[in-house]
Design a protein around this ligand. Sequence first.
Ligand SMILES: [Zn+2]
Length: 318
Amino acid sequence: MKKKCSVSVDLDPIACYYRIHALGTWPAALTDVILKRTVPRYLELFERHEVRATFFIVGSDLAVGGAPAQAARRLVRDMVAAGHEVANHSFTHPYDMARLPRPRVAEEISRAHDEIASAAGVAPIGFRAPGYDLSPVMLDELAARSYLYDSSIFPAPGYYALKAGVMAGLRMVGRKSGAVLTDPRALLAPTDPYRPASRSPWRRGQSPVVELPIAVTPGLRIPAIGTSLLVAPAALRAMALDAMRKRPFFNLEMHGIDLCDADIDGIPSELVARQPDLRASLVHKQRALEATLDRLAPDYDFVPLREIAQQIQRGQPM
Ligand SMILES: [Zn+2]
């Protein structure tokens, strides 16, 4: 029997990247550039490779009035029609969500939930926290809404070091990153799906919400996520993918921006200067993603995260 791989795409709007790099205001015309430009590319590519994926949606993208929200809601319907899952990535993507008071956390989850359910015609049952920073309060709120899974834990010390470096670099030049350092306890969290402890989701416990951690390789815990796989040299990518075979399940996380082309999509040079993956062309990244899926296809079925969660909730082995 084949193993299972879930490809998920976090549709963080461009505002998120402006906040991380403390770049100030983004051009208004680019507010929905990630959704508008990259979702059709993903849908086309996934169809050719028989991938049923999970899209994590930022709820406010569906709520702001006018044509952009209508277009976004159409894209959500296209996702569902193609067999993909749409899941909850908060309402406004606050990087400090883990530090917000409970009513604000509840509001972030609920408002996104309602917008996504209304656009998709089916209620989301999965959540991913902004900046991978899951908190006990979030887990609690997800359990209260009968969510089946969370997929935020990213036990990658290398990523943590990189993020800390970017934040420290900005501080040195007197600017403040919008990013918030993930709770370091997540670095030692289990790397395969587990039931988290309600008070300490980084450890095993009895929460009704299953945790599906984002892929890191066995041993060194190198992130096996799209953003690094797509710009890595082919040999390195092959090594990371082969290493993942030792895991029972491959949770391959991508971002909308991974299929952005700075030139074609008009991404400002100030952002390209800080986001190295934007320097690779769309064609290069599309080929790298296709090569990734081709290499995995003989050994894996590509299913949405909800199916993994349902399998675990039913008590079936991976
Ligand atoms: Zn995000």
